[in-house]
Design a protein around this ligand. Structure first.
Ligand SMILES: Nc1ncnc2c1ncn2[C@@H]1O[C@H](COP(=O)(O)OP(=O)(O)OP(=O)(O)O)[C@@H](O)[C@H]1O
Ligand SMILES: [Mg+2]
Length: 246
């Protein structure tokens, strides 16, 4: 029983969801507001560094060094804001039946030249005749790219990235397995926390964004990792029956 002043569980959840959406919108607005002056700052820094391309005096050399530091920090802030806006962008996935392999091929073809340049062997095992699953191809491809870029960054001296698709009893799974630096338990426990990053210049929003996208597909994203051995991410996407729970 609830008194008129008390909210039922459902009303409370509704109220909190509304407040959260409002908060996200507010912070998203703030991020946008910061982006504009930031690009003006960057533009002026570029002009300043052009003036300092050939520093003559020690004072000019020091100034050129400082401009470089500020430019680097501006780039980092810009990436953080872009990643945050992508993370906060609450766009419901526009799901329609598609081939997972088509999305995989597209992203892997895009990444192939970078893989070759980074000495990464890209191995594809894409199961033929997979069932179609409900996908928003654009956001799924963004999620895959986040995972692939993480694998690339975990393979600073090159190595192997294996990408596999397979059918499962409930739908389709995608495995991304790298033999890179791996994660210790502390990193593994925090890897999906927003803003957690072990990289200089990392925003720490890649994995939380990726998980959010996969969950919007009714799927799951899981990880296994071992330091020095490598990391496996697995995306599970349900066939339509599992999504609607029929
Ligand atoms: N394949 C991987 N191998 C080893 N560590 C990984 C891998 N993928 C993620 N991590 C760890 O998880 C952390 C969080 O990853 P996430 O993608 O969220 O952020 P990031 O890559 O650091 O920055 P960015 O926002 O630019 O993606 C990374 O900093 C890294 O420590
Ligand atoms: Mg990342």
């Amino acid at each position: 029983m609830t008194t008129p002043d008390e909210l039922t569980q459902e009303e409370l959840e509704h109220k909190l969801a509304g407040q959260f959406a409002e908060f996200v919108q507010l912070v998203g607005g703030l991020a946008h507001e910061i982006k504009n002056p930031l690009s003006t700052i960057r533009l002026n820094l570029e002009l300043l560094s052009e003036d300092l391309t050939d520093p003559q005096t020690p004072c000019e050399r020091r100034a050129a060094g400082k401009v470089e530091v500020v430019e680097r920090e501006c780039t980092r802030l810009q990436k953080l804001l872009d990643d945050f806006l992508q993370f906060a962008r609450i766009r419901p996935a526009e799901l329609a039946p598609h081939s997972v392999n088509d999305s995989l091929q597209r992203v892997l073809d895009f990444f192939e030249p970078q893989a070759t340049a980074s000495n990464i062997e890209l191995v594809r095992y894409l199961e033929a005749d997979l069932p179609r699953v409900q996908i928003d191809p654009e956001s799924l491809q963004a999620a895959l790219l986040n995972l692939i870029l993480n694998a690339q960054q975990a393979l600073p001296d090159g190595g192997q990235l294996m990408v596999r698709s397979r059918s499962t009893p409930g739908g389709v799974a995608i495995d991304l397995i790298d033999n890179g630096i791996g994660m210790d338990t502390a990193t593994l426990n925090r890897a999906f926390d927003p803003f957690y990053s072990t990289k200089s210049g990392g925003s720490g929003l890649g994995l939380p964004t990726t998980r959010k996208i996969i969950e919007a597909h009714g799927g799951t994203l899981s990880v296994q990792s071992e330091p020095e051995r490598g990391t496996q991410f697995t995306i599970q996407l349900p066939t339509p029956r599992q999504i609607t729970g029929e």
